[in-house]
Design a protein around this ligand. Structure first.
Ligand code: GDD
Length: 325
């Protein structure tokens, strides 16, 4: 019999890659989507999977929908990827962010405990939880204390702790993947990698004349979403529930990212890039570099796609779109 999997946030970047990966590995895929007035916007990443996956309307804050879905699907594996995922926007909508990314996870755990306690539960935890905290060797790992610097990070710490608490209190198989930044052509255009690549391609093709950014001196450890969904599946198929950092171990600044993209497109960066306070955060997480040795050793996972291959794929994606218009 095929294993059944339930994915929240299935229409997002990670949800779509994870669905493709699990379908290839012979899982039966169920996903929760929220009602949206523009259906096309919500489903474009999973459009081509339409006939192979089962979609249910629900919401992390609507416990009746979670009860109904858990009872009817009876999943073997649950991936909780749904969230308000934008850090800067979390300063503007802190209440909603805390509700969805904190209370929403509690609702999921309660539905899991009540209706499907023998399944396995994956929580999309985040490197944003580390905030100001860095170990002496300039890395963050599973043992690094959390000092979040945003409402988003605070909510993710709450969810992380709830998952661990449910593991110990009720002996449930629930695990946290502490994922560092991961990108792809499917990334929303208001995250920095896709914003830089998309706008630089538009500049190259004469469709735009500037790129306006916030802080260019923060450092991030960027991997490919396709590699990171494999880690999620490995985390749930480990012999015991646990928490794992998933990262490349290489860090670059936003300025380095811009430099790579503009050089690749043969554009002089300083002519086109401007900064605006609008894109700055009240408190910035300045530096991320993940040590994923635990996952590499215990899960036999390592990233396959380099930063250069990732960004080149994103450049090709936007070139195809804008050159054919
Ligand atoms: N979005 C954005 N837009 N970021 C900018 C801009 C801009 O115009 N200019 C500079 N930045 C900087 C941000 O201040 C931040 O330091 C860095 O670029 C990365 O920003 P994002 O791409 O928005 O990602 P993030 O690091 O805040 O959050 C992402 O990674 C987390 C894991 O650490 C998101 O995917 C989160 O959901 C995820 O948990």
């Amino acid at each position: 019999m095929k294993k059944k999997v339930l994915i929240t946030g299935i229409s997002g970047q990670d949800g779509s890659y994870l669905s493709e990966y699990l379908l290839k590995n012979n899982y039966e895929v169920y996903g929760i989507i929220r009602r949206n007035s523009i259906v096309e916007h919500q489903r474009n990443r999973i459009e081509k999977l339409d006939k192979q996956i089962n979609l249910e309307y629900g919401d992390l804050l609507d416990t009746s929908s979670l009860d109904r879905i858990f009872k009817s699907v009876k999943p073997d594996e649950i991936y909780n990827l749904a969230a308000q995922s934008h850090v800067r926007i979390s300063f503007e909508i802190p209440h909603f962010t805390l509700q969805t990314n904190g209370l929403g996870v509690l609702n999921m755990l309660e539905a899991f405990r009540a209706h499907s306690p023998n399944s396995k539960f994956y929580q999309a935890s985040s490197s944003e939880m580390f905030g100001r905290s860095v170990d002496n060797d300039n890395c963050q790992r599973e043992t690094t204390p959390f000092e979040p610097t945003s409402p988003y990070g605070c909510a993710k710490v709450l969810a992380f702790n709830l998952v661990k608490h449910y593991r110990f209190a009720y002996s449930l198989f629930c695990s946290n993947g502490i994922l560092f930044n991961h990108e792809s052509p499917r990334r929303g255009s208001n995250f920095v990698t896709n914003k830089v690549v998309k706008t630089a391609v538009q500049i190259k093709l004469g469709l735009k004349d500037k790129l306006i950014l916030g802080n260019m001196d923060s450092y991030r450890d960027w991997g490919h979403s396709k590699d990171y969904v494999v880690a999620m599946n490995k985390i749930l198929n480990h012999n015991q529930p646990d928490d794992f950092v998933i990262s490349t171990g290489i860090t670059r600044s936003v300025r380095d990212l811009c430099n790579y993209v503009f050089t690749k497109l043969d554009l002089e960066m300083k002519k086109y890039i401007f900064q605006d306070k609008k894109y700055m955060r009240p408190e910035e997480l300045k530096y991320l570099k993940g040590d994923s040795s635990k996952a590499r050793k215990l899960l036999n996972w390592k990233p396959q796609i380099s930063f250069e291959e990732l960004i080149d794929e994103m450049i090709d994606h936007w070139m195809d779109i804008f050159s054919s218009n």
